[in-house]
Design a protein around this ligand. Structure first.
Ligand code: PLP
Length: 379
C-alpha cells in the first residue's frame, strides 16, 4: 500500500470483538490478571497499553522500522536515547539542535559522566575527524532547526556503522511522509510527536523507532524502567492526527514552497533558509534523501527589532515556540525555542538574532503571503 493508504488502513483495535473503526482509549492503569503467578498480554499501563501499542506499531510501520515507542514528550524520547550510554561515553552531535536537546546534553548528561562534543555534521568529514574511541552516539537533526541545514544521512550512517557507533536522527521537521532515516542507515529515528505527527497542537509526545531487536529491547526496558511512556488519551489523539499526515503535509509543503519563493524575492528579506529552494546549499542532498523541503523555513530581516515587529504584527502567523501544526506560526528562535541553549554554546552557534522561523500551516496561501507581505512592507 502507498503512504496515504497506510495512514488509514491498519488494525485500529487488535482482538476487540466489536471491531471498532477507531482505536478505543484504554484509560486504565492496570489490567486484571487471570493468574497470580503469570501475566497476560497487559498488566500495567506503564509497561504496556493497547491504545499505545496500536500507535507505536503504526509509527514504526510508517518509519519502515520494526519497533516503535511513544513517550510523554520529544525530550523524554531524547533522554531515553541518552540512557543507552554510560559514564565515559561521548556523544558527537551536530551543533544546530533544538534548544531543549542542547540543554539536556550540556547541563544534564555531565552528571552521569557522559560528554557531548558539537561538530558541523553538514560535512561528514568533520564526523570522521572528530570521532574518538569514546564516541558511542552520533546525534543529528536534518533539516536542522532553526537553520534548515541538511545533513547527509547516508554518509554519516556509513561512518557510524564502520566504527560501530549508534546513529540517531531527529526526524521531527520532516515526518515519516517526507523522510525515512532508517532506510538511509540510521539506527534510531526520533520524533517530537508534538510536531507534524500530531499536527494539531493538542498533544505533547515523542517517539523512537528502530529496526534492531536488541536495541528495541533496551529501549523498551528503559521506557518501562523510567516510566516515560505516553498516556492512553494522548495516544488516541496522536492516532487521530496521524491519519491526515499526508493531506496536511502536502498542503503545508506546497504553501511553504511558495512562501519561500515570495520571501526570496522580497527586497526587505536578507536570506531565506529553506531546503526546497534550488539555491539552498543542501538542496541536492535533500533531493536524494527526502521528498521535499517540508513546511518549516527561516529568514532574516536585518535586525532583531525588525524581526520582533514582524512577529508581533502578524495576524495570521501566531507567535509560538513549536512547529508542525495546521496553524501557521512564527518565532524568533534565539529568544524562544533556543533560549535554553547554554550561553557558552550560544556564542559558537551562528543563529542570527534577526532570524524568524515560520511553520507554514494549511490556511489559504494568499492569506499567508498577504500577512507576511504586509508586515515586511511595514518595517
Ligand atoms: N526535536 C525537535 C526538532 C524539536 O523542535 C523539539 C521541540 O520543539 C523537540 C525535539 C522536543 O520535543 P518536545 O517539545 O515534544 O519535548
Amino acid at each position: 500500500m502507498k503512504f496515504a493508504s497506510r495512514l488509514v488502513n491498519f488494525d485500529p483495535s487488535p482482538l476487540d470483538r466489536f471491531r471498532p473503526m477507531s482505536t478505543p482509549i484504554y484509560q486504565t492503569a492496570t489490567f486484571e490478571q487471570e493468574f497470580a503467578d503469570s501475566f497476560g498480554e497487559y498488566d500495567y499501563s506503564r509497561s504496556g497499553n493497547p491504545t499505545r501499542k496500536v500507535l507505536e506499531d503504526q509509527i514504526a510501520a510508517l518509519e519502515n522500522g520494526t519497533r516503535g515507542f511513544c513517550f510523554s514528550s520529544g525530550m523524554a524520547a531524547i533522554a531515553t536515547v541518552t540512557r543507552l550510554l554510560q559514564a565515559g561515553d561521548e556523544i558527537l552531535a551536530d551543533w544546530d539542535l533544538y534548544g531543549g536537546a542542547n540543554r539536556l546534553f550540556s547541563k544534564v548528561l555531565g552528571r552521569s559522566g557522559i560528554t557531548v562534543r558539537y561538530v558541523d555534521a553538514s560535512d561528514p568529514g568533520n564526523i570522521v575527524d572528530q570521532i574518538t574511541p569514546a564516541t558511542r552516539l552520533i546525534y543529528v537533526e536534518s533539516p536542522t532547526n532553526p537553520l534548515l541545514r541538511i545533513i547527509d544521512l547516508k554518509a554519516i550512517a556509513a561512518v557510524a556503522h564502520k566504527l560501530g557507533v549508534l546513529f540517531c536522527v531527529d526526524n521531527s521537521t520532516m515526518s515519516p511522509y517526507l523522510q525515512n532515516p532508517l532506510d538511509l542507515g540510521a539506527d534510531i529515528v526520533l520524533h517530537s510527536a508534538t510536531k507534524f505527527l500530531c499536527g494539531h497542537s493538542d498533544v505533547t509526545g515523542g517517539a523512537l523507532v528502530v529496526n534492531d531487536l536488541k536495541l528495541a529491547e533496551e529501549i523498551y526496558f528503559l521506557q518501562n524502567a523510567e516510566g516515560s511512556a505516553l498516556g492512553p488519551f494522548d495516544c488516541f489523539l496522536l492516532l487521530r492526527g496521524l491519519k491526515t499526515l499526508k493531506l496536511r503535509m502536502d498542503a503545508q509543503q506546497r504553501n511553504a514552497e511558495t512562501v519561500a519563493q515570495f520571501l526570496s524575492a522580497h527586497p526587505k528579506v536578507q536570506s531565506v533558509y529553506y531546503p526546497g529552494l534550488a539555491d539552498h546549499r543542501g538542496f541536492a542532498i535533500q533531493q536524494t534523501q527526502a521528498r521535499g523541503g517540508g513546511a518549516v523555513l527561516s529568514f532574516t530581516v536585518g535586525s532583531h527589532e525588525a524581526a520582533k515587529r514582524i512577529a508581533e504584527g502578524s495576524k495570521l502567523f501566531r507567535i509560538s515556540v513549536s512547529f508542525g501544526s495546521i496553524n501557521s506560526t512564527i518565532s524568533i528562535p534565539l529568544r524562544m525555542s533556543h533560549a535554553s541553549v547554554p550561553v557558552e554554546l550560544r556564542a559558537s552557534r551562528s543563529v542570527p538574532e534577526d532570524l524568524l522561523r515560520l511553520s507554514i500551516g494549511i490556511e489559504d496561501l494568499e492569506d499567508q503571503i498577504g500577512d507576511l507581505g504586509h508586515q515586511l512592507d511595514a518595517i
